[in-house]
Design a protein around this ligand. Structure first.
Ligand code: NAI
Ligand code: MG
Length: 349
């Protein structure tokens, strides 16, 4: 068996954290005997600089023809909007469910009292091909003064497929799903709630509840253990999952998988290109490591290897070395953490 991975390092800390993916995949290949072909393609600002296009046709073609896509991060100079590449990629690959697991590891320092966050284990499912990021009309509005519009659009099919996937995953976890919307104000949210309740009738073993997004953002840091699966639309999921990064200690610890009904998945850390720390060799690579674990699980059918990798990450988080975002006194950088993790992972396979 050969696994073909399209690797899109992107901008800022994207290429810096991508190094750990190469190390970890080399370990998987060596220990399992599976051939893993990793080919790199430009995306984002880098692709604009090289070709004028944030998502060049060659990159898109490679992504569509791969078994899985690994993305670092995109972000660049103001006015260029290289982030459009990620939106376009999600749409063209038709990957509509962005899975973002958030699990605290005992002993890791966060901004919260340990008893508030300990035992948190949430799976965010963020719809990722519709909502305000894609709806038309979008853009500046002609008139007497500067104005602009974004359109939030959802149809029942878009909500239903995300909900069905969410309920299926809740069945494999602790059997509870919280749907987050703004149904007291937004028409798309009222439709969201209606369709989620319809899908819920097919999954009688899953307990469903609904929260308004403002209350959800409060409860997320007040009582994070109350959540199992959180299902929500594109914009709300984007914001809530960054907030959840604080629960585990750093945004640099979160990985994500974006999947559809078939075809390759898109795997990327939750963080962006972090221009404030890019080039300093201190980016936390563990969010990318979690992303590789998600890829092994959802993209390569290798759950045993994925679990071993998650256990390795947990161990490094507790024993070190860790990057300065987790411990300001730490002198360890991306490279040192990456090598320590790869060595621990190899010893487990
Ligand atoms: P960001 O996620 O890049 O950074 C937010 C904060 O978290 C910064 O203080 C950063 O230093 C820190 N941080 C992020 N990742 C880290 C890591 N691995 N290790 C240690 N610290 C880390 O968000 P920001 O600054 O708002 O956006 C920067 C650029 O990234 C923007 O152009 C944005 O559009 C883009 N972006 C791209 C995403 C993607 O490629 N999917 C996702 C989010 C933002
Ligand atoms: Mg985001």
């Amino acid at each position: 068996m050969t696994l073909r991975i399209a690797c899109l390092p992107g901008d800022g800390i994207g290429p810096e954290v991508m190094d750990i993916a190469h190390l970890l995949l080399a370990v998987v290949s060596k220990q399992s005997g599976i051939q893993i072909d990793v080919s790199e393609y430009p995306v984002g600002q880098k692709a604009i600089d090289e070709t004028g296009d944030p998502l060049p046709p060659e990159t898109l073609k490679a992504a569509l023809n791969s078994d899985a896509v690994l993305l670092g991060a995109v972000g660049g100079r103001e006015g260029n909007w290289p982030e459009s590449a990620v939106l376009e990629l999600r749409r063209k690959m038709d990957v509509f469910a962005n899975l973002r697991p958030v699990r605290t590891v005992k002993g890791v320092v966060t901004s919260f009292r340990p008893e508030v966050v300990e035992g948190t284990d949430i799976l965010f499912i963020r719809e990722s091909t519709a909502g305000a990021y894609f709806g038309e009309p979008k853009g500046p509005v002609q008139g007497e003064m500067r104005a602009a519009v974004d359109t939030t659009y959802y149809n029942e099919a878009q909500i239903e497929r995300a909900a069905r996937l969410g309920f299926g995953l809740a069945q494999q976890r602790r059997g509870s799903l919280t749907s987050v919307d703004k149904a007291n104000v937004m028409a798309t949210s009222r439709l969201w709630r209606e369709v989620v309740n319809e899908v819920a009738t097919e999954f009688s073993d899953v307990k469903v509840d609904h929260l308004l997004v403002d209350a959800a953002s409060y409860l997320l840091i007040r009582q994070p253990q109350r959540f199992d699966v959180v299902l929500t639309e594109n914009l709300f999921g984007d914001i809530l999952s960054d907030e959840a990064g604080a629960l585990v200690g750093s945004l640099g610890l979160l990985g994500s998988a974006t999947i559809g009904e078939s075809g390759p998945g898109l795997f990327e850390p939750v963080h962006g290109s972090a221009p404030d720390i890019a080039g300093r060799g201190i980016a936390n690579p563990l969010g990318m490591a979690r992303t590789v674990a998600l890829m092994l699980s959802y993209g390569a059918g290798m759950p045993k290897e994925a679990q071993a990798l998650d256990e390795s990450i947990d161990r490094i988080l507790v024993q070190g070395p860790v990057t300065p975002d987790l411990n300001p006194d730490s002198k360890a950088g991306t490279k040192e953490v990456s090598e320590a993790l790869a060595a621990d992972f190899e010893s487990r396979l």
